[in-house]
Write a protein that binds this ligand. Structure first.
Ligand code: HEM
Ligand SMILES: [Cu+2]
Length: 608
């Protein structure tokens, strides 16, 4: 016990407040008011809808049960953590501009890359999608709100708690957690106090994800407008259905793994301490059983966004709509069967590598189906290179495919052994996370900005943002493949002089990438305040959220809409997706083309 249990790992007088302070905050801001009153047997307040809508910016700092307000709260909060994570990345790159030690010592460097990754993953990329879907999804399926509005608000408020715990770890004794975002045991079981803040932060972020996923599942399954069969759901809805299935089944595993590490650290249990009979490798198995599915949690909602954006802006029906939905489900199922491809060099049973390699390569099939479908949708479509949302979608197609190819390479055991723990891995994750997920986030934010704010953004600044981001992204992450192949190790504060010229190039490009994001922030802020007023449906989209005003009324619809066809029937004469309340009379006339459109989600081939 003495071996591992230093005073630094324990600190119960700091770990206990680390748990109770965030919970106290959640109680204080009113997350549990309704439930407490109910439990105490007092009359529960009938919903007076005072918690719906936001009249001033101050309402965004209050407990609010309106899915649209919560969506904005989520997006702004996650963007804040994106900024903090990005600043940490700039520090990392400044240190790596030259070999040797410039700005930070090795210990602080470890804290920097660990918290950069943890903030980006747990408090930016996973929850930003929950924010976008929170806003858009209930509107899209014709629902007045999410199924459990109070749970929804609680989900949101847990998120800043997670980010604060990560950030506060920098000022606790021993410094920030430094065992990477993966927190492998026994490195993490013996690490200083900051590691406990990581363990706890992940619990809050994880609980938030799980509650949101349950909310999406119940909302999608029970609250679709009449006529919206599963095969008439927009692909964003399918994508969030699939993501939620992943979250509810996988996220409890990382919660479990972090609790076990915390117990080892604070209470002296021995799940992972080999010297005391614990099983070291089991941490990695439990962790990756969550974290491989988690990479799809970080990209499937983006797949949904890309489908909406490409189809609407190219004015083409989605090519192979049903297969697109089925491919999502295929990815969900397969993603549970590949976790040990992260452990090829861990010393696990060597026979386990082969089945894991095969299942990993199989995932390329449903993913490839999606990529070809987007290309098929663009084929003969209108490609607006002036539209920022479209530009980010096309950029996504290119960079995500490159990241996918390096992923297939890493799936092969011999290549993985060669480049394990090198910058090739850093290149791969940033091609899929930045070139993949972050590009879809930008595509989605530009696409729905008019809906969410009621204003138009500046398309010219949007294009500047896109091109600078693309150039900065390629300049930062392409050379990492090369120095990785040559053996530059990842997660190390210093490197051999032979890598110095590429590292300088990477650092310069990364600062360009960072600056480009300021253009985005400026555009969003100024357009939100002063932009020209947006029409209800500036992109002439078919899905329901565009059939209401921008921004939508507090309760979304005066009456529930009626869905009569697929969501993407661009150019199909007379085809309709939805009949909005009050429109009945106009549509009652029999229209010959409608019968055809109603027979299924597919448009006739070649329709324009
Ligand atoms: C603003 C641009 C970004 C730059 C310049 C950047 C730079 C870096 C660098 C240099 C490392 C490697 C540190 C090392 O191994 O010593 C790293 C690690 C990492 N980054 Fe980023 N990053 C950026 C954005 C992002 C985003 C948007 C995400 C996710 C959404 C992300 C996720 C990660 C992860 C998961 C790691 C951990 C790799 C590991 O644990 O070895 N990064 N980043
Ligand atoms: Cu994986």
């Amino acid at each position: 016990m003495e071996l591992f249990q230093t005073e630094q790992t324990g600190y119960p007088h700091l770990v206990v407040p680390g748990i109770t302070a965030p919970l106290g905050f959640l109680v204080g801001i009113g997350c549990f008011d309704y439930w407490f009153r109910w439990a105490a047997g007092k009359p529960t307040l009938p919903e007076d809808h005072s918690q719906h809508g936001a009249k001033t910016w101050k309402d965004y700092f209050r407990f609010n049960t309106d899915h649209k307000v919560i969506g904005i709260q989520y997006i702004v909060t996650t963007m804040f953590f994106f900024l903090v994570g990005g600043l940490l990345a700039m520090l990392i790159r400044a240190e790596l501009a030259e070999p040797g030690t410039q700005l930070v010592d090795a210990n602080l460097y470890n804290g920097l890359f660990s918290s950069h990754a943890a903030l980006m993953i747990f408090t930016f990329i996973i929850p930003v999608f929950a924010g976008i879907a929170n806003y858009v999804l209930p509107l899209m399926i014709g629902a007045p709100d999410m199924a459990f509005p109070r749970l929804n608000a609680l989900s949101f408020w847990m998120l800043p708690m997670a980010g604060l715990l990560f950030m506060v770890s920098f000022i606790v004794p021993g410094g920030a957690f430094d065992a990477g975002w993966t927190g492998y045991a026994p490195l993490s079981t013996g690490a200083p106090l900051g590691q406990s803040f990581f363990n706890l932060g992940v619990q809050f972020a994880g609980a938030s994800s799980i509650a949101t996923a349950l909310n999406f599942l119940v909302t999608i399954i029970t609250m679709r407008a009449p006529g919206m069969t599963f095969w008439r759901m927009p692909l964003l809805v399918w994508a969030n259905l699939s993501t939620s299935l992943l979250v509810v089944a996988a996220t409890p595993f990382i919660a479990g793994a972090q609790f076990m590490v915390l117990l080892d650290r604070v209470l002296g249990t021995n799940f992972f301490q080999a010297a005391l009979g614990g099983d070291v490798l089991s941490y990695q198995h439990i962790f990756w059983f969550y974290s491989h599915p988690a990479v799809y949690i970080m990209i499937l909602p983006g797949f949904g966004i890309i489908s909406e954006v490409i189809s609407t802006h190219a004015r083409k029906p989605i090519f192979g709509y049903r297969l697109m939905a089925l491919a999502l489900i295929g990815i969900v199922v397969l993603s549970y069967t590949v976790w040990a491809h992260h452990m090829f060099v861990s010393g696990m049973f060597s026979w386990l590598r082969v089945p894991m390699m095969i299942t990993t390569l199989l995932i390329a099939v449903p993913t490839g189906i999606k990529v070809f479908s987007w290309l098929g949708t663009l084929f003969y479509g209108v490609i607006h290179t002036k539209s920022t949302a479209m530009l980010f979608s096309i950029g996504f197609l290119v960079t995500f495919v490159i990241g996918g190819i390096s992923g297939v390479m890493l799936g092969m055991v011999p290549i993985d052994i060669h480049v394990s723990d090198t910058y090739f891995i850093v290149a791969h994750i940033h091609f899929v996370l930045f070139g993949g997920s972050v590009f879809t986030v930008f595509a989605g934010l530009y696409h729905w900005f008019p809906k969410m704010t009621g204003r138009m953004y500046d398309e010219r600044l949007g294009r500047v943002h896109f091109y600078l981001t693309l150039v900065g992204m390629l300049g930062t992450f392409v050379p990492m493949h090369w120095i990785g192949m040559q053996g530059m190790p990842r997660r190390v504060a210093d490197y051999a002089v032979q890598f110095s010229s590429w590292n300088l190039v990477i650092t310069i490009a990364s600062f360009l990438l960072g600056l480009a994001q300021l253009v985005f922030l400026y555009n969003m802020y100024v357009s939100w305040r002063y932009g020209p007023k947006a029409a209800a449906n500036p992109w002439r989209a078919k899905t329901i959220e565009w059939q209401v005003s921008s921004p939508p009324p507090v309760f979304n619809f005066p009456d529930i809409p009626r869905v009569v066809g697929g969501p993407y029937e661009f150019g199909v004469p007379g085809a309709r997706h939805v009949i909005m309340p009050g429109e009945e009379a106009e549509v009652a006339r029999p229209a010959p083309a409608r019968a055809e459109a109603e027979s299924g989600g597919q448009a006739p081939a070649g329709a324009q």
